[in-house]
Design a protein around this ligand. Structure first.
Ligand code: EZ4
Ligand code: CO
Length: 443
């Protein structure tokens, strides 16, 4: 990635006569220049899967990390940061988190979207990391202090059939999970989202990551009628085997029409789901009105949403129960906390996305935010592969079904450059879905 040296100036105001760009004093009165950002590095590594990390360093040598990973489109965010954001950060005061967020959001002119909001998130989280380190506190203390003793996390159980699914649920219980997402194979469909043991086009298992390292996306199959017939029988069997108490979740992964989603929500009511996720492609927010009229199954939406605006109808009309955006894709701590606060007005809770494609830096940020907010609901925790932890040295813990932050100042994550160098970037794509007649469908 190249950087145009003429825009990497330490003084963002030097060309103000040519271009009326927003200008912020690099070191406003009352702040020490020791907190000026002097280095910004965009780090790309692939320990089991690809990650993009932003590392900011202040004049005094304080380092902050932010996650900018966007699964299957990693290099677009790396370029956005390297070519268009890093030059703007040089000399800015690391303390000015809100102002930097507003500067990056408004100065781009082109608003929202996953690439922009992941880039802003990386800067935002790195600045919170720095501020908390300067304060000598774990980040959750700066966000208002802990509201709870750890955050409830759910794991991903899956199986091609019921015996394999039951084994996977038991395995997750042994790992300490007290809340479990359930995905299964569907009779008549060869390859389905979310099934760890199914073989992929590269021959590898799917345990940690649906994006496969290959020049083209894997193709999966889809038949909504077969899915709608099968899923209620799965939840009936799971309830019979594991009893009424275990919180169970399920991800519809944007595949139903509104009326199909309404039907599934109704059919699952006897099995008391904690939530049913992404029932429809929710960029059509109005569609959720129809779903909501027909079912009391709680709904979770938003892992592909990036800003508060994407939730406007869903939140104001109370069409969902949990918001799913992660810190990494929704403008960082600053962006996501604003969404959570807005949701709290309507008794909607957090349910942040936590797949392996959110890096340990992004997960640590989610833990700190989840500890602090009043309306925490649940946190997804799809555990990272061992190689990932060789690069990202974490201090958070998982016990008794809950994730917890350590008392390390900041986020409590360190990046090991030497380990990262052993895992160069490899192109990987998320799969696509085709219906049985060959036509494309939402994945
Ligand atoms: O498919 O993060 O709820 N979790 C999910 C994930 C997403 C991946 C896409 O990169 O839907 O498994
Ligand atoms: Co999902």
């Amino acid at each position: 990635m190249s950087t145009n040296p003429s825009t990497a100036s330490a003084d963002p105001g030097t060309n103000r006569d040519d271009h009326p760009v927003p200008v912020v004093p690099a070191t406003p009165a009352g702040t020490s220049s020791g907190t000026a950002i002097v280095k910004a590095e965009v780090l790309v590594t692939s320990p089991d899967r690809n990650f993009v990390t932003l590392r900011l360093t202040t004049a005094d040598g304080v380092v902050g990390l932010g996650d900018a990973t966007l699964n299957g489109r990693e290099l677009a965010v790396a370029s956005y940061l390297q070519d268009h954001v890093v030059p703007l950060l040089m000399g800015r005061d690391a303390h000015r988190i809100e102002d930097t967020w507003q500067f990056l959001y408004r100065s781009a002119y082109w608003r929202r979207g996953p690439v922009t909001m992941a880039a802003i998130a990386a800067v935002d989280v790195a600045l919170w990391d720095i501020k908390a380190k300067l304060a000598g506190m774990p980040l959750y203390q700066l966000l208002g202090g802990a509201s709870r003793t750890g955050i409830m996390a759910y794991g991903h159980a899956s199986g091609r059939d019921l015996p394999e699914l039951f084994d996977s649920i038991r395995h997750h219980q042994e790992l300490g999970f007290r809340s479990i997402r359930v995905q299964t194979g569907i009779p008549g469909i060869d390859k389905v989202y979310g099934i760890a043991a199914q073989h992929t086009n590269t021959g590898s298992r799917y345990d940690y990551e649906p994006a496969q390292r290959a020049p083209l996306p894997a193709e999966e199959d889809w038949d909504t009628r077969a899915y709608l017939r099968h899923i209620p029988t799965v939840f009936e069997a799971v309830r019979n085997e594991f009893g009424p108490e275990l919180p169970l979740l399920h991800d519809g992964h944007h595949r139903m029409t509104p009326i199909q989603a309404a039907k599934l929500g109704k059919a699952l009511e006897p099995y008391d789901l904690f939530w049913l996720e992404d029932v429809t492609p929710a960029e059509n927010q109005d569609a959720l009105r129809l779903v909501r009229q027909h079912t009391t199954t709680p709904l979770a939406i938003g892992e592909v949403f990036n800003t508060i605006w994407d939730y406007k109808t869903l939140i104001e009309e109370q069409l969902i129960d949990y918001v799913r955006s992660p810190v990494t894709h929704a403008g960082g701590i600053t962006g996501l906390k604003r969404i959570f606060d807005y949701a709290s007005v309507y008794q909607i809770k957090s349910g942040a996305h936590g797949p392996t494609d959110v890096s340990p830096v992004g997960l640590a940020a989610a833990i700190h935010l989840g500890l602090a907010i009043p309306n925490f609901g649940i946190q997804e925790y799809m555990q990272h592969a061992p190689a990932t932890h060789e690069v990202f040295r974490t201090t958070y813990s998982f016990a008794g079904g809950r994730l917890d932050a350590s008392d390390a100042p900041g986020l409590g994550v360190e990046y090991d450059d030497e380990a990262a160098a052993a895992f160069p970037y490899e192109a990987a794509y998320l799969p696509v879905n085709r219906l049985l007649d060959g036509s494309m469908h939402d994945w």
